[in-house]
Write a protein that binds this ligand. Structure first.
Ligand SMILES: [Zn+2]
Length: 513
């Protein structure tokens, strides 16, 4: 059986989950479900990054114990994932013992192999982003130095352990050129141009000035600093270096398992450079793909606290349902560009693609089956096909022939384009074939049967294709139509199939809120 290990980044546990987090997680869940439908054995990992100075500072500000705050933040994330039908296989927290153990053991291994050495770290640091800056990378404004997001940088000078990444600049460039290692390809040029071409500096991997993190076993003054800690969660989440590492062996070590890391573009650099180097030092395989998607932006720009444009997923989930939110997010995800989130666009997408196409189509077909065929799908008669019927069947075949390729290459949005096109084909088919006219003519009985049979089969196919996204709605359809929306039922002959009553789905919403 083919296998897939897919991950989201671990999310920084300093506040409530927002639409940006949901964006990556929904996409990962949808890919995982599509791959399962193709027969993959999937392990889907998500989790929380719970270490660092900002976390302990935030807890202090709120007057909470750090662990108490983390438990509450993690609870919010898990609740949102539950409400959004995110079907992860494991949820790793960097405060989990299995993770802390794996990080300490890995640090010791790297130290004993001399990939890590002791030195002094001098440089600029952003407390907010927990990121080191060289003088070159810092943004200067009126004599002061800022990080790229705009936080003021502090100067530091402290003992630190370093990871010898500088020797790997050539090696990593070579990996980048491997086909599809980093998706989309445009990201590779950004990385090569802005970063690697200048050469790599050894990476500071510990701090003595941070207290909330994993201490090294060798020297308790040193706390392992963000990236080694965070990146290793991809392995500890599979049980790496623990007494139960069967998932690690099955989904990571096994070369037949596809390893896919999904993330937003701003953290791609760390993943594409330090993660492969770290894996190489540990004599482990590299990921199959690192997929970097654009941001979800509003009219004001990237969602941020300072712009006050952060969208709370519940504003939409509570009004439109979690399926509509999942659908809209996947519809707007674009690997090359940023995806736009606006209320008007949400409502428009909801009305045209879910209410009109998905919902209305299902209701109309159920209505006609009730009216003309006593809730039973009529027989398909190959010898009585009209030109209109043949056109619809051909369009259907064309759509189905590209599905597998779309999914294999993570082209979910183009797949949705194809599906919406097919809905347009079916809507036009109903307008042109006019089943209500056929029903009045006893000589057109075969034509009416074929029309309803084709409509039912095609609509079910589209619902099967959308079931990895529309999780809750699919269950309603399965009950009403008395069938399973699974891949084995694609283009099944439904002649004689009995359906139950279908209530309306996705009621249209007026644009003004
Ligand atoms: Zn910053």
């Amino acid at each position: 059986m083919k296998k897939l290990f897919i991950t989201t980044p671990i999310y920084y546990a300093s506040g409530k989950p927002h639409t940006g987090h949901a964006y990556t997680t929904i996409l990962a869940d949808v890919i995982a479900r599509y791959k399962k439908a193709l027969g993959y054995d999937v392990f889907f990992l998500t989790g929380m990054d719970e270490h660092g100075q900002k976390i302990s500072d935030t807890a202090k500000k709120k007057g909470l114990q750090v662990q108490e705050m983390l438990d509450s933040v993690t609870k919010d994330f898990k609740q949102l994932w539950k409400d959004l039908d995110i079907n992860y296989s494991n949820f790793i927290r960097t405060t989990d013992k299995v993770h802390c153990d794996a990080v300490q053991k890995t640090f010791s291994e790297l130290l004993s192999k001399q990939y890590i050495y002791e030195g002094t770290w001098k440089g600029l640091y952003c407390v907010n982003c927990e990121e080191n800056y060289t003088r070159d990378q810092a943004v200067e404004k009126e004599g002061k130095l800022y990080c790229k997001v705009g936080h003021e940088l502090t100067e530091k000078n402290e003992p630190s352990y370093f990871l010898k990444v500088s020797k790997y600049a050539d090696w990593i460039q070579k990996q980048f050129k491997e086909k599809d290692f980093i998706m989309p390809q445009a990201r590779v040029n950004e990385l090569l141009g802005s970063f690697i071409d200048k050469g790599l500096e050894d990476l500071s991997v510990t701090r003595t000035s941070i207290n909330w993190g994993i201490q090294t076993k060798e020297d308790s003054k040193h706390v392992i600093y963000v990236w080694i800690d965070a990146l290793l969660s991809y392995l500890s989440g599979l049980g790496y270096l623990s007494s139960d590492d069967k998932n690690f062996k099955k989904y990571f070590v096994d070369k037949d398992s596809e390893v896919v890391h999904l993330m937003s573009k701003e953290i791609t650099r760390f993943h594409c450079i330090y993660w492969p180097i770290l894996l190489n030092m540990l004599e482990l395989r590299l990921p199959t793909h690192i997929i970097s998607h654009g941001w979800v932006v509003t009219k004001e720009g990237k969602m941020s606290k300072s712009l006050g444009n952060i969208i709370n997923p519940y504003d939409y989930i509570n009004t439109f349902g979690s399926d509509a939110f999942r659908y809209f997010i996947v519809r707007q995800v674009n690997l090359e560009k940023d995806g736009i989130f606006s209320h008007d666009l949400f409502v428009e997408t909801f009305n045209t693609q879910l209410a009109n196409n998905y919902g209305n189509m299902a209701t109309r077909i159920a209505g006609m089956l009730k009216k003309y065929f006593n809730n039973t799908v009529p027989t398909f008669n190959k010898n009585a096909l009209t030109e209109l019927d043949k056109k619809v069947i051909a369009a259907e075949k064309k759509l189905l022939s590209s599905v597998k390729d779309r999914i294999q290459h993570f082209k979910i949005n183009p797949l949705l384009d194809d599906i919406q096109d097919q809905y347009n084909v079916l809507n036009k088919y109903i307008d042109d074939a006019k089943p209500w006219v056929l029903a009045k003519d006893p000589d057109k009985k075969d034509q009416l049967s074929n029309c309803l049979n084709i409509l039912f089969t095609s609509a079910i196919n589209l619902m099967i294709l959308l079931s990895p996204i529309l999780v809750k709605t699919s269950k309603i359809i399965e009950k009403a139509f008395n069938l399973q929306l699974n891949p084995e039922n694609i283009s099944k002959d439904w002649s004689g199939h009995k359906i139950d009553v279908l209530s309306p789905l996705f009621a249209r919403v007026e644009k003004s809120k």
